[in-house]
Design a protein. Structure first.
Length: 256
């Protein structure tokens, strides 16, 4: 094949250069397109990330609000429970106080009834000789012994009943004598000093509460006598060096 006489070497080089430039231009355009695509993908990912971030922040905010509300609700419920408990404690305390007041009234009423029953009674304390086969003392002997004691102190008064009730801490026999009136009892209590020096004693018939009070008074008297003071004992009262002190429910009150 013969060369084209019209195609010179310079024309051939120009054509080749043009083709090369065209190829480069297409490659650059392709690269630019690739970069743009990458950039678009990055921008899209950034947009998606911002959206996810906003949604996440929103969820966090909502969660915090829920937690805050729950804490407020919990605090409210706790305060309500504390108030209910406080009211219940106050109510219970009031009920207990009412019951204690009622019990105190009942105790005072019962104590008063017992004192009224024992008001005219006396207790004779003395070791007696048991004459019964079972070691006891007959009712007739108790009655006769009571009369002898009253005769000794010149207080021969009538009595309704005399009964053996046991022994005391000193192993003395105890006889309860029920008198007909309080004046007769006062006569006996005034004359019982005539038994001084004998192993026989006469006391008022006391309730358990009265005995407790008298025991405290005797304990106090013993302590004061050890200090060298002059002491006298009365019913629910004590005299120390000439000054009387009254006793109520085991406690000293106003001195006289």
């Amino acid at each position: 094949m013969r060369p084209n006489p019209t195609q010179t070497p310079s024309t051939s080089r120009a054509k080749s250069a043009k083709q090369t430039n065209t190829t480069k231009s297409k490659e650059e355009e392709q690269m630019q397109n690739n970069e743009n695509n990458i950039m678009m993908e990055i921008l899209k990912e950034l947009k998606d990330m911002r959206k996810e971030n906003r949604e996440f922040r929103k969820e966090i905010t909502e969660l915090r609000e829920q937690i805050t509300k729950r804490e407020e609700d919990l605090e409210t419920r706790q305060n309500n429970m504390e108030n209910q408990l406080s009211n219940l404690e106050k109510k219970t305390e009031m009920q207990v106080q009412k019951l204690e007041d009622k019990l105190k009234v009942l105790e005072e009423t019962e104590e008063y009834r017992k004192r009224r029953e024992k008001r005219n009674n006396i207790i004779i304390k003395q070791k007696l000789h048991n004459t019964q086969e079972d070691g006891t003392i007959s009712a007739n002997e108790i009655k006769n012994h009571t009369k002898e004691i009253l005769k000794k102190i010149e207080a021969e008064v009538d009595f309704s009943r005399a009964a053996y009730i046991g022994k005391d801490g000193a192993n003395r026999d105890l006889i309860r004598v029920e008198l007909k009136n309080f004046d007769d009892k006062m006569k006996i209590m005034s004359n019982k000093r005539k038994l001084q020096g004998q192993e026989c004693y006469i006391d008022s018939d006391l309730t358990s509460e009265e005995r407790r009070i008298q025991a405290e008074i005797r304990k106090k008297a013993k302590e004061e006598r050890k200090k060298g003071k002059t002491v006298k004992i009365g019913y629910q009262k004590i005299q120390i060096d000439g000054k009387w002190e009254n006793w109520t429910e085991g406690s000293r009150v106003k001195g006289t």
